[in-house]
Design a protein around this ligand. Structure first.
Ligand code: KIV
Ligand code: NA
Length: 263
């Protein structure tokens, strides 16, 4: 298999080929994901919670992200490697350029940025400087203090309309993909329908162009079990088998099922 490229995400959407993504934080898991044939690996700042044991993603630094991105890159050949800009590393275009450059030099092929509004200028700035950006809307965990918790977003008509406008705006600013986290299925479907770039959902229903899960959730680790999570370890029989079962379920449109989504 040839390495997955940024432009390929758009083509996969156009072809109706589901994009299968998972998070990873080290080379060992990256090798299993490589073997299972997934499309995208995200070094998420969720590492603050699932690896470092913090209560939120806010303590994660650019150093942390660069370290884990380099670890994952050593175990990966084919999937597109995406890395999160951590809390406030994207607060200004200049800071974002420094942080994103470090992540690309550590092996990432794309960086992910939460939010729209002031982040639109940051997205544009990076894209103009040859740094591919994936946007992230809906439940943006770096907004947890303002949101007051991890809740479904875009439920009311006005909030849904704002989210749709933000989705158009990040695409207009040059984002090459969009993660939608914890939004009602019809809203994610509407956004997916009106954008040419791929949407990758987590808790956003089955109509997104792709799906992403946190590694630990996919393997049934951890006490917290949000509705959108499925443990694929039982079905897969091994770590590699769990990744393969997840990929097969996404490509076969059996995951997420209605029980894993918000309506
Ligand atoms: O940090 C992360 O793992 C993420 C995914 C949940 C999309 O941003
Ligand atoms: Na993240």
């Amino acid at each position: 298999r040839k390495p997955v490229t940024v432009p390929q995400l758009r083509r996969m959407k156009a072809d109706g080929a589901r994009i299968v993504a998972v998070t990873a934080y080290d080379a060992g898991f990256a090798r299993e994901i490589e073997a299972a044939g997934l499309d995208v690996v995200l070094v998420g700042d969720s590492l603050g919670m699932v690896v470092q044991g913090h209560a939120s993603t806010l303590p994660v630094t650019v150093d942390d992200m660069a370290y884990h991105t380099a670890c994952v890159a050593r175990g990966l050949r084919t999937p597109l490697l995406m890395a999160d800009l951590p809390f406030q590393a994207d607060a200004t275009p200049a800071r974002a350029l420094d942080a994103a450059t470090r992540l690309l030099q550590a092996g990432a092929g794309m960086v992910k940025i939460e939010g729209a509004g002031p982040k639109l200028e940051v997205i544009r700035f990076l894209v103009e400087r040859e740094i591919p950006v994936c946007a992230h809307l809906g439940l943006t965990p770096q907004s947890v203090l303002r949101l007051g918790g991890y809740k479904v977003q875009g439920r009311e008509a006005a909030a849904a309309e704002r989210l749709r406008a933000d989705a158009r705006a990040v695409a207009q600013a040059g984002a090459e993909a969009l993660v939608l986290e914890c939004v009602p299925t019809p809203l994610a479907a509407a956004i997916t329908g009106e954008l040419a770039i791929a949407t990758i959902g987590i808790g956003a229903g089955a109509d997104c162009d792709g799906q992403v899960l946190v590694l630990h959730d996919l393997l049934g680790l951890g006490a917290r079990r949000p509705k959108f999570v499925k443990d694929f370890l039982g079905e897969g029989g091994s770590v590699r088998g769990a990744f393969a079962a997840y990929a097969e379920a996404v490509r076969g449109r059996r995951f997420p099922a209605a029980e894993h989504a918000y309506d």
